[in-house]
Design a protein around this ligand. Structure first.
Ligand SMILES: [Zn+2]
Length: 312
């Protein structure tokens, strides 16, 4: 089964491990493992914990430089794309696609010029906040509640809409989610968020949010992160991921579903330890009654639809 994974943090891990290669490594994502799942496109996030660095912007650029160098070295197998045509062209050439995201809009340091620079260098998705307040808005967490986008956040959203970039509301506050849902001129995504009804965590989406995301034509990438799947000892099991898929399906319809693993950004799941393990999800979804056509939508067609609708 082809797959588009909407989120991994492998690029930051590559920066931290100068000897690691994208071709083959000890991390959760490399070309060999992407081959094993028949990856159509992998979104690589330029993840920056802005509280740990002097310049979020410079760190974002450093992660991007490292990722680009690896893409160069492995250009026979994987190539960047900025839109659906690029993905399909790469596929025809027998190559996987790398899409680039920024995870932590604070990397832009409140500047549209910086947005334009990253856009020119290929970034097409922005996770508006990570776990800290930034120039764009407030992150998830009870303490932030309905505090949403800042005036700069609205300005940035408008510019992303104009450029044909994808706003990502994973990690954003509830207020921020609703600001994006109301103000975005295009569909948007929650690239790696699960269902709040099954695991009460502010990183997960409420049923109301899932419906709003679906109504807007967007998708949510179901993640493998055990903390966002289930309480207790079996929290990290594939069956918990199946339960989130079934719930989001029931609430938002099949078209809202996608995959956003969050590999290399989080504590390992007990049954899904690398991108290759997405192959183990498929039989369990079939056992839950999903047909070939439905599985294709979940694994890649829904994500590709939104990419086609938004990215230019
Ligand atoms: Zn994240």
């Amino acid at each position: 089964m082809k797959v588009i994974d909407l989120h991994c943090d492998t690029a930051m891990k590559l920066l931290q491990n100068p000897d690691a290669s994208l071709a083959k490594n000890e991390l959760a994502v490399d070309l060999e493992k992407l081959d094993a799942v028949d990856s159509l496109a992998q979104v690589f996030a330029l993840f920056v914990n802005k509280d740990l660095v002097d310049s979020p912007y410079a760190t974002g650029v450093a992660v991007l430089d490292r990722l680009e160098a690896e893409l160069q070295k492995n250009s026979a197998q994987i190539a960047w794309a900025g839109n659906i045509e690029g993905i399909l062209e790469n596929e025809r050439a027998g190559k996987k696609t790398a899409l680039i995201a920024i995870e932590e809009g604070g990397v832009l340091e409140g500047s549209l010029e910086n947005l334009h620079m990253f856009h020119k260098r290929g970034v097409r998705f922005i996770t508006l906040t990570w776990n800290h307040p930034n120039e764009i808005g407030f992150p998830h967490g009870e303490e932030h509640g309905m505090k949403g986008l800042t005036p700069f956040g609205f300005e940035l959203l408008e510019e992303m809409n104009r450029l044909g970039m994808l706003p990502d509301v994973s990690h954003l506050s509830e207020g921020g989610f609703w600001d994006v849902a109301k103000a975005s001129a295009t569909p948007f995504m929650a690239t790696h968020s699960n269902c709040r009804a099954l695991k009460d965590h502010t990183r997960n989406l409420t049923d109301e949010q899932i419906r709003a995301l679906a109504n807007k034509g967007g998708v949510m990438g179901i993640s493998v992160v055990k903390n966002f799947l289930k309480e207790g000892a079996d929290e990290g099991r594939i069956e918990a991921m199946v339960a989130h898929i079934k719930h989001a399906h029931k609430v938002g319809g099949l078209d809202v579903l996608a995959i956003g693993t969050d590999f290399d950004g989080t504590a390992l799941n007990s049954e899904l330890t690398s991108i290759a393990d997405l192959n183990k999800l498929e039989p369990q979804l079939r056992a839950a009654g999903y047909s070939d056509e439905e599985l294709e939508k979940i694994y890649w067609k829904n994500a590709l639809r939104v990419i086609g609708d938004v990215l230019r």
